[in-house]
Design a binder for this molecule. Structure first.
Ligand code: DP6
Length: 339
C-alpha cells in the first residue's frame, strides 16, 4: 500500500479571478493574485492511498463518502494518472481519498481551492508526477492553482489554447511581509446560493462590465499589485484590493440575472472600514469578499488591536449582526507528509 498526506492553505484573492475563456480546461480571462493563509488555522488535509486490493476509486469528504463521479474530480485524477511516472503496475492500483477542511465549506472561503490543491499535490506525490502541480490543481478548481504555494501568488492566465502556460507562481514567500495579517469576518457560514462556477459563467455570457474589466482594468492593476507586494507598499496594496473586490461584485450585479453575494452586514463592514480609514487619514485596512458574504480584512500587525476594538464596538457579541472572527498570518504553503 502507498500512502501520502498533505495539507494545503486557503487563499484569498486580492486581484480576483472571475470568468473563464475555456470552461473545460478552466482557463481564466485575466491574471489574479492571492495570499495563502496560515495552514494551521485554515486548511485542507488530504490522505491518498493506493493498494492492489482496492476495487474502485473512492472519496470521503469531512468523514462522509461522496460520489467519485464528479467531472472535475475525475479530470484531476485522470490528469495525474496520465502524467505519473510509476511503471511497476502500481499506476493501475485504485485510489482512496480522505479529505477534511477545518473551516466552513462553501461559505466564500475557497474550500475547493485548498481541497483541490491538496488533492493534486498528494496524488502527484503518490503517482510520481514531475510536471507543474498548479496546472493540475487548476483543472479541479481555478483558484486551487494558487493554493499550491504559500505567500503571495500570481496565477498567469497564459496564452496557450491547451493551457500549458496557465499556471501559478509565487511572487514572494510569506516571510517577505511578516507584518501582514488577515482577519476573516464570518458573516454567514451557510452554503452560497450561486456557486462561483455558475456565477462567473453567467457573467461571461451577459456582463459587458466583465469584458471591460478583463481588457482595460486588470492588466494595469495586476502589475501595480505585483509591485506593491514586492515593495511592501501597504496603502497601494489596500486600495487595489478594495477596488478589485468591489469591481468583481459590480460585475456580479451587471450579470443577468444578477448574482448578489453580499449581505447588509458585508456592506456595513465595508462602510465601517472606509469610515475608519478616513478617520485615521490613511488606508490602514483593506477588505475583500469572494463569492459569499464573509469579509476578509488585510492589515498590518501593529493595527490589529485597534481594528479588533473598532469591530467589536460596532458588531458587539450578542447583536443581530454578530460575526465571528478568525485571525491569521500568511504561511509557507503546502506541507507534504514524511511518507
Ligand atoms: C470569487 O476557483 O471557485 O473566489 O474555477 O469554477 O472552480 P472554479 O471557480 P473558483 O472561483 C473563485 C473565484 C473567487 C475569486 C478568486 O479566488 O480569485
Amino acid at each position: 500500500m502507498n500512502i501520502v498526506t498533505c495539507t494545503a492553505p486557503v487563499n484569498i484573492a486580492v486581484i480576483k479571478y472571475w470568468g473563464k475563456r475555456n470552461e473545460a480546461l478552466i482557463l481564466p480571462i485575466n491574471d489574479s493574485i492571492s495570499a495563502s493563509l496560515d495552514v494551521a488555522q485554515l486548511c485542507a488535509k488530504t490522505t491518498v492511498m493506493s493498494c492492489p486490493t482496492f476495487d474502485s476509486d473512492r472519496i470521503w469528504l469531512n468523514g462522509r463518502e461522496e460520489s467519485i463521479d464528479n467531472e472535475r474530480l475525475q479530470s484531476c485524477i485522470r490528469n495525474i494518472k496520465r502524467q505519473g511516472t510509476l511503471s511497476t503496475g502500481m499506476e493501475k492500483w485504485k485510489v482512496h481519498i480522505c479529505s477534511i477542511n477545518n473551516f466552513p465549506t462553501a461559505a466564500g472561503l475557497a474550500s475547493s481551492a485548498a481541497g483541490y490543491a491538496c488533492l493534486s499535490t498528494a496524488l502527484a506525490k503518490l503517482y510520481k508526477v514531475n510536471n507543474d502541480i498548479s496546472a493540475i490543481a487548476r483543472t479541479g478548481s481555478g483558484s486551487a492553482c494558487r493554493s499550491v504555494f504559500g505567500g503571495f501568488v500570481r496565477w498567469y492566465m497564459g496564452v496557450d489554447a491547451e493551457g500549458t502556460d496557465s499556471i501559478a507562481k509565487q511572487i514572494v514567500p510569506a516571510s517577505h511581509w511578516p507584518e501582514m495579517r488577515i482577519i476573516i469576518l464570518v458573516v454567514d457560514d451557510l452554503r452560497k446560493k450561486i456557486s462561483s462556477a455558475i456565477g462567473m459563467q453567467r457573467s461571461v455570457q451577459t456582463s459587458e462590465l466583465l469584458r471591460y474589466r478583463a481588457e482595460h482594468c486588470v492588466p494595469k492593476r495586476i502589475e501595480e499589485m505585483h509591485q506593491a507586494i514586492i515593495h511592501k507598499n501597504f496603502e497601494k496594496f489596500a486600495e487595489l484590493t478594495i477596488k478589485d473586490s468591489n469591481q468583481m461584485h459590480a460585475v456580479c450585479l451587471d450579470t443577468y440575472p444578477p448574482c448578489s453575494y453580499l449581505t447588509d452586514v458585508s456592506h456595513a463592514i465595508s462602510d465601517l472600514i472606509h469610515a475608519y480609514n478616513n478617520a485615521v487619514h490613511s488606508t490602514k485596512v483593506a477588505y475583500t469578499n469572494d463569492a459569499g458574504p464573509n469579509t476578509v480584512l488585510y492589515l498590518l500587525e501593529k493595527n490589529v488591536p485597534e481594528i479588533v476594538g473598532v469591530l467589536q464596538h460596532f458588531f458587539p457579541p450578542g447583536n443581530d449582526q454578530n460575526i465571528d472572527y478568525i485571525r491569521g498570518n500568511l504561511p509557507s504553503g503546502i506541507i507534504p507528509s514524511k511518507n
